[in-house]
Structure formats: C-alpha cells, structure tokens
Ligand binder design. Structure first.
Ligand code: RFL
Ligand code: PHB
Length: 397
C-alpha cells in the first residue's frame, strides 16, 4: 500500500480532467489524475468536433492551442437542410464576427496529454476500483488499485471529471442530489472516413427519413451521423448501407458530391439531456459529462465541460492564492446557469431537426414552418447563430 499527498485529486483523464490539470499546473497547484482506462483507449474515442471561441481561448490559456490554430478549420457558418433545400446560417455575420473551429476532441486530448507528459505531471492510467472518500470532511481521499496494490491519494479537493458513468457522481449522497433527465427515442450512428467532406461547412439535415449531419475533421477526413432507432445495432449497418441512407437524406447537390469510402470508426451513441444539481458535495466537485449531458446536435458537450473547468480552476486558484472560498461557494450555481442555457438550446435544436413519428405528420409540418421562419427572419437566424457560437462567459452577469 502507498500513500501520496496532493492538493487536487482529479478523477478522469478525458478533456475535463486533463484541461483542469493543465490550468492548475500553470497556476502552481499540484494535482494527480487517476484514469480507469489506458491513454490509447481514451484517444480512440471519437467524439466532439466543434469548439467555441470560449474553448479556444481556454486551450490557449492552458498553453496547448498551437496545433489547434495551425490545423483547426475555422467555420463562419453552417447549412440547415430541410424539404430538400439547403440554407446557410451566416454565424459570423449574425454574431458580429464570431466563429467556431472544427478540431476533433481526439486532437484536443492528445495536445493536453502531450503537454502533461512534457511537464512530467503525474497521471495514473489503468487505475482499478477508483473510490472517493470523506469529501464531506477536510481530508478527502481517493483510493485505487493498480497491479494488485492499493494506493491512497490524500488531497484538499476531489475533482470528479469522470464522465457520465463515473464513480464521483455515483458516490454523492442520494439525499443531496437531484437529477433531471430526458432520454430521446433514437441514437446517432456515426462514421469516420478518410474521404473529403461533402461540403466545406457542416450540414444539419432534417429529412422525412430522419436527421443527418455532415461534419469533418480535415480536408481529407469526414465525420457523418444518421438518426437511427435505439434498437439498431452497429453490426447491422454495413458501410454501403450507411452511405446509401446518408445519400437519401441529403439534397441533390450534396448527394452528387458525396465521396464514400471505408469507415475507420462506426458507433451508435444514445441521445439524452441530463443535469445534476448541485455540482458540489463538500470538497468534491463535478465537472463536464460527470454532471451533465446534452444531445450532440448543438455541439455543446465539450464546450460546457471546458467552461466548468474554467470556473473550477479559477475557484481553486482563488482558494490557494487569495485565501478566499468565494469561487468554490459560487461554483455550482455559476456553472448551472450556463449549463441550463446550453441544455435548452441542445434540446430545442434536437427537437427541430429529428424525426418524431409519434408527433405525426403535423409534427413534421411544425418543424418545416419553424425552419422556414428561422431562415427567413434575421431575428430567428441570429438566435440560432448566437447560441451555436456560444454565449459569452459573462452572459447575463
Ligand atoms: P469524458 O470524455 O467521458 O471523460 C471522462 C473520463 O473519466 C474516465 N473514468 C474514470 N476514471 C477513473 N475512475 C473511474 N471510476 C472512471 N469512470 C470514468 C473515463 O474513462 C474517461 O476517460 O468526459 P469529459 O472529460 O467531461 O468530456 C466531455 C466530452 O467528452 C463530451 O461532452 C463531448 O464528447 C460531447 N460531444 C460534443 N461536444 C462538443 O462540445 N462538440 C461536439 O461537436 C460534440 N460532439 C459529443 C459529440 C459526444 C458524442 N458522443 C459519443 C457522446 C458527438 C458525439 C457522438
Ligand atoms: C462532430 O464533428 O463530431 C460533430 C459536429 C457537430 C455536432 C456534433 C458532432 O453538432
């Protein structure tokens, strides 16, 4: 058995945990990260693709933005496709010059891992049976097993950055936690392929056959998604079937330009809206997917994780440097305001773009009318653009 001491014990080495580790390191605060999986496994998960300006700024602050600026693709707009025709939302013009950047979560994670390794900071991968203890006291602890040995990390604070299925939220007392959840009756079947993107910007498609999204990772790598029933299994979807269905959901021009090829990754993700209140339990704080999930339609998950981490790192820095607990006390409420706004937007955009057969033909008519309004009303388009690029950190303050 070994015992180590640190200031902040971080559970989970996804983007939230790694970004928190890096921001704390920059401020001279000690942290150890404990991760259940291997580093290669974490890097193999294909997830987010779109980063808001606020997230870009944070990655710069953490000193890991160099490759993102060199390789990321700046997007000033995206297309909405409905009733067989595409309409561009000019985010840049509608928001007074704001953009998003297309840079994969895999690359963000890799940049953070490389920076952590270069600085010689401690990350324990393949930690088994990770448990959090005594976070209602002044002496919290994290324990884990590795190679048959039990290890203890004594700390001042625990940061629960361990995703939706993690141990931290599950360890909060049931009487102190309230969970809000909506599960959607479909999932997203995603394919990654080394083929040029069908369009230079993203296409969000509402078709009578279901939603489709054309995204990308680079000029030579594409990411596509299809709305599928929750009962579908990924093995049922051959590459040929995927491309044929995607083609069917696109407009004639996109259909013609679509370049297909073998998939290099294919998976189905369920869609849910989920929020935990509060996000603090004594000396344990939840951040990122550990505390909330959005359906991916609004591209908000990773961006919300990044702002949680911004608020949490500032709170810890204020605690250690300025000897104030104000940031820690405000953490949960500050995060939740931003989270609920993004939850609302993600739910709304999901409801607008997907097929809900249970809503009947009239449901489709309502969607078409709303989309028609959105693209022809500057106020409607601006509302969409303002939320998509991300509201400023100090919104409403
Ligand atoms: P993660 O990435 O799930 O990382 C949590 C880490 O914790 C580890 N872990 C544990 N470690 C130790 N002990 C335990 N008991 C543990 N239990 C779990 C896990 O192994 C893992 O390494 O959460 P984090 O860091 O909060 O990051 C959140 C993001 O991953 C997530 O919000 C985004 O991927 C969501 N998302 C998108 N977000 C965007 O901002 N823009 C997008 O375009 C976007 N597209 C997406 C998405 C998510 C998707 N899926 C598959 C859910 C597209 C998809 C399809
Ligand atoms: C992606 O590229 O994976 C992606 C892009 C936009 C979304 C969701 C996922 O809304």
């Amino acid at each position: 058995m070994s015992t180590t001491r640190t200031q902040v014990a971080i559970v989970g080495a996804g983007p939230s945990g790694l970004l928190l580790g890096q921001l704390l390191f920059k401020a001279g605060i000690d942290a150890i990260i404990v991760e259940r999986q291997s580093g290669d496994y974490v890097l193999s998960r294909i997830r987010a693709g779109v980063l808001e300006q606020v997230t870009m700024d944070l990655l710069d602050e953490a000193g890991v933005g160099q490759r993102m600026h060199a390789e990321g693709l700046i997007h000033g707009g995206f297309d909405l496709l409905f009733k067989g025709a595409r309409h561009r939302i000019d985010m840049n013009k509608l928001t007074g010059g704001k953009n998003v950047i297309v840079y994969g979560q895999t690359e963000v994670t890799r940049d953070l891992m490389d920076a952590r390794q270069a600085a010689g900071l401690p990350t324990v991968y393949e930690a088994e049976n990770v448990q959090v203890h005594d976070f209602d006291s002044a002496k919290p602890r994290v324990t884990y097993e590795k190679n048959g040995q039990l290890h203890t990390i004594e700390c001042d604070f625990i940061a629960g950055c361990d995703g939706f299925h993690g141990v931290c939220r599950a360890s909060a007392p049931k009487s102190a936690i309230k969970e809000f959840e909506k599960v959607y009756p479909f999932g997203w079947l995603g394919v990654l392929s080394d083929t040029p993107p069908v369009h230079h910007e993203l296409i969000y498609a509402n078709s009578t056959r279901g939603f489709a999204l054309c995204s990308q990772r680079s000029a030579t790598r594409s990411r596509y998604y299809l709305q599928v029933p929750l009962t579908d299994k990924v093995e049922q979807w051959s590459d040929e079937a995927f491309w044929a269905e995607l083609r069917n959901r696109l407009d004639p021009e996109a259909r013609e330009h679509l370049v297909t090829g073998p998939s290099i990754e294919k998976s189905i993700a369920p869609l849910r809206s989920f929020v935990t209140e509060p996000m603090r339990f004594g000396r344990m704080f939840l951040a990122g997917d550990a505390a909330h999930i959005v359906p991916p339609t609004g591209a908000k998950g990773l961006n919300l994780a990044a702002t949680d981490v911004k608020y949490l790192s500032s709170a810890f820095i204020a605690y250690y440097m300025d000897k104030t607990e104000a940031g820690i006390d405000a953490y949960s409420e500050r995060c939740l305001r931003r989270i609920w706004r993004a939850e609302r937007f993600s739910w709304w955009f999901t409801s607008l773009m997907h097929n809900f057969p249970e809503n009947g033909d009239i449901g489709q008519k309502f969607q078409d009318a709303e989309l028609d309004y959105l693209i022809h009303s500057e106020a409607g388009s601006r509302t969409m653009a303002e939320n998509y690029v991300g509201l400023p950190l100090n919104f409403g303050e």
